[in-house]
Ligand binder design. Structure first.
Ligand code: GLN
Length: 465
């Protein structure tokens, strides 16, 4: 893992060169299609002396790396090269991290499975026929398959939490504005967040601490000071936890119920499945409208930009929402839903510290799984949008509300389905209280690891194997 590897390098047990060579070789030879590019120069770089010196990291291909083209999984970006590193990439490099390449993602972040990537889909590390989750598919797969211990992703409506849950790694979406968006190709600017993937909560907390903080180059980045997340993990906690009940697959329900019991969580009745669905529908209205304006820049060079089907559909929807469908007031309704969601969540989070719920209704599905819209498209906004919702809309309905309200949220692996697929638990907190979210995740991680090392559990595991 990242901090342990950095310590081994500092002690002279591993060399930066050997670590880089191994990561580059594994990124190149992996069957997962997690990487869009692997940087050959990673093996002969002089790395600054910092706390992550020599630790290989991967970066979602919608986040700029100096002198590279961030394709965002799209042919539409062309051959333009970034003049500088994104803010978060620069912070990791200053700490001595070694950026070994860019990872595949759904085109411009639009998708939940990785399948809209124009460079082909990424595969799930435990089952090549399954989707790793998206849109930050390659970053999650690269961390889960131990090619790198840390990766950057972006989460607009769930794109870090979902692949983290499906691949069995920790994935953190910070509060909106906590991490600068400078150097992130925009999808839905009002909810886009840069965050991290790691194999432990400690690594994730440490990496988040490095990339968080104000940036003069991003007017929406916050001035709030950044606490030492890592040392806050060990503070004894009285954090009050409430769990939101939703209908999900039995395997998912039992893992999340186990987490909820272990933390003695209260039940939160103020946030109904209907509320979550309205938030997801509102998110898709706002995301399509903002995508339409953000992606207009790619029309400059192409009369018909070579977007894939999903992006084309969403940009066209955004155009209609701001144009001919404007009369139906869908955009205004979505703005209202966002305001109400913020107020409702502020209220709920005034009496508890964190909320807990599943990340998605199922574990990693087979690639090319059939549409799951119909079952989930209830609620008035979703009904009016029915034909315009993405095929995998159901995978957004447990994550979009936190994005809409700009709240910090993460997924921590807590169990497995009967078929052995990872199941993540989602923890959502108050704005700028990443510490409570991380602390809760750390408690869950300790409970999980304790259970794994108990004799009864060891027998179960060897039987599973
Ligand atoms: N699945 C959601 C969407 O397609 C969220 C994606 C994201 O967070 N980038 O918009």
């Amino acid at each position: 893992m990242a901090l342990a590897l950095a310590a081994a390098i500092r002690r002279g047990e591993r060399t930066c060169l050997a670590v880089a060579e191994e990561a580059v070789r594994r990124a190149r030879t992996s069957k997962l299609n997690a990487f869009a590019r692997v940087d050959a120069t990673a093996t002969n770089r002089k790395l600054p002396d910092g706390p992550l010196r020599g630790v290989p990291v991967a970066v979602k291909d919608s986040i700029c790396i100096k002198d590279e083209t961030p394709t965002a999984g799209s042919r539409a970006v062309g051959s333009w090269k970034a003049r500088e590193d994104a803010f978060a990439v620069a912070r990791l490099r200053e700490a001595g991290a070694n950026v070994i390449g860019s990872t595949n993602c759904d085109e411009f972040g639009m998708g939940s499975t990785g399948e809209t990537c124009q460079r082909g889909f990424t595969r799930h590390p435990l089952d090549l026929r399954r989707a790793p989750g998206g849109s930050s598919s390659g970053s999650a797969a690269a961390v889960a398959s131990s090619i790198v211990p840390l990766a950057l992703g972006s989460d607009t409506g769930g794109s870090i939490r979902l692949p983290a849950a499906w691949c069995g790694v920790v994935g953190v979406k910070p509060t909106y504005g906590r991490v600068s968006r400078r150097g992130l190709l925009a999808y839905c600017s009002s909810t886009d967040c840069v965050g991290v993937f790691a194999r432990s909560v400690e690594d994730a907390a440490f990496a988040l601490g490095l990339i968080a903080g104000h940036d003069d180059g991003d007017a929406t980045s916050s001035q709030e000071c950044v606490p030492d997340y890592l040392s806050m993990l060990s503070i004894p906690t009285n954090d009050r936890v409430a769990s939101i009940n939703v209908e999900v697959d039995d395997d998912i329900e039992s893992v999340v119920a186990g987490a909820s019991n272990a933390l003695k969580a209260d039940q939160c009745d103020a946030l109904s499945p209907q509320f979550l669905r309205d938030c997801a529908a509102a998110y898709h209205v706002l995301a399509a409208a903002e995508a339409h304006s953000n992606l207009a820049r790619y029309h400059v060079n192409h009369e018909n930009p070579p977007f894939g089907a999903e992006v084309t559909r969403r940009v066209a929807l955004g155009k209609r929402l701001l144009g001919e469908r404007h009369a139906e007031g869908l955009y205004e309704r979505a703005v209202d839903v966002r305001a109400q969601a913020r107020a409702r969540l502020d209220d709920v989070l005034s009496s508890v510290d964190v909320l807990m719920l599943p990340v998605a209704p199922t574990a990693a599905p087979k690639l090319n799984a059939p549409s799951v819209i119909t079952k989930e498209a209830r609620g008035s906004l979703a009904r009016d949008l029915r034909d315009d919702l993405p095929r995998d809309y159901a995978n957004d309905f447990l994550t979009a509300f936190a994005s809409l309200a700009g709240l910090p949220a993460l997924s921590v692996p807590f169990g497995r389905t009967s078929g052995g697929l990872p199941v993540g638990v989602q923890v959502v907190g108050k704005a700028f209280d990443e510490a409570a979210v991380l602390r809760t995740a750390r408690r869950l991680e300790l409970i999980r690891d304790d259970a794994l090392s108990s004799p009864a559990r060891r027998v179960l595991l060897s039987e599973d194997d």
